[in-house]
Write a protein that binds this ligand. Structure first.
Ligand code: NAI
Length: 260
């Protein structure tokens, strides 16, 4: 017999913020492993582009315009995703924004609220509504499911000038742990991924900053920026049955930055 736990055929994965960056990197890997994919994003044309890219892997793809900072859009989005693809086996609450300020004392309340609305409210509603679907399914005799929150090294390292962002990411870890404990009885597990420095649109400013290239990237033991593809293997693993006994963990993917 062959060992094939990473074959995701018959499974459905939802990735919020899945039309680019880390989200698309995870979605592409899971599509290649055979999963049907739902991606949510706010930008319709980017959704369309990512949808075409993912369809090329021969799986079903559903792209939907959802602003995760709006509760009703998330509630409707889960219903529509389940109606379209039949079920959700794994969810990646990945949509996020990264606003900082020149200093903490200059951080405006509207920036704080905006970051919280996407990175915390959005994750809360995405995970809660997916849990609702998975718990109902479990009660109908079809238990299981994997919930993933995309946090950040900012949750565990001091991210100066990014206090609002850091707070949301710390909260994601805490929320994931609470969900993990409460839902284990339904065969569900919940884990957090903590990316390090990853080359995406979010970090374009840092990528263009020579001081950053001189001072920060040389301190990454892997000596390079992370790429969205670096998250593919973890996404496939967490969506697969191979991870069914792993729950409540914080999985750091950072080229060794945080332990150097
Ligand atoms: P990105 O900016 O390339 O992609 C973010 C995605 O989220 C996009 O698809 C965007 O459309 C979507 N999005 C933003 N606001 C949304 C909303 N209100 N509703 C629905 N979708 C929304 O960023 P990246 O780097 O791919 O980030 C993905 C996640 O990884 C974020 O949660 C980010 O905080 C986290 N992260 C990124 C790091 C990095 O170095 N790039 C480091 C640590 C964490």
């Amino acid at each position: 017999m062959t060992y094939t736990p990473f074959d995701l055929s018959g499974k459905v994965a939802l990735v919020t913020g899945g039309n680019r960056g880390i989200g698309l990197g995870m979605a592409e890997a899971m599509a290649q492993a055979g999963a049907d994919i739902a991606i949510w994003g706010t930008n319709e044309s980017r959704n369309k582009e990512a949808e075409e890219k993912l369809k090329a892997y021969g799986v079903k793809v559903y792209a939907r315009q959802v602003n995760v900072a709006e509760e009703q859009e998330v509630v409707d989005g889960i219903d529509a995703t389940v109606a379209e693809l039949g079920r959700i086996d794994s969810v990646f609450a990945n949509a996020g924004i990264g606003y900082g300020a020149p200093s903490f004392v200059e951080m405006k309340t509207d920036v704080y609220r905006k970051v919280l609305s996407v990175n915390l409210d959005g994750v809360f509603w995405t995970l809660r509504e997916t849990c609702r679907h998975m718990v109902e399914r479990a009660k109908d005799g079809d238990a299981g499911g994997s919930l993933v929150g995309i946090a950040s090294l900012a949750a565990i390292e001091g991210a100066g000038k990014n206090e609002a962002y850091a707070a949301t990411k710390g909260a994601v870890i805490s929320m994931i742990r609470a969900i993990a404990v409460e839902h284990a009885r339904y065969g569900m597990r919940a884990n957090a991924i903590l990316p390090g420095w990853i080359a995406t649109d979010m970090t374009q400013g840092a990528q263009d900053n020579p001081a950053f290239a001189e001072k920060v990237i040389p301190r990454v033991p892997a000596r390079r920026w992370g790429e969205p593809e670096d998250f593919g293997g973890m996404a496939v693993y967490l969506s697969s049955d191979a991870s069914s006994y792993m729950s409540g963990q914080t999985l750091v993917i950072d080229g060794g930055y945080s332990i150097f």
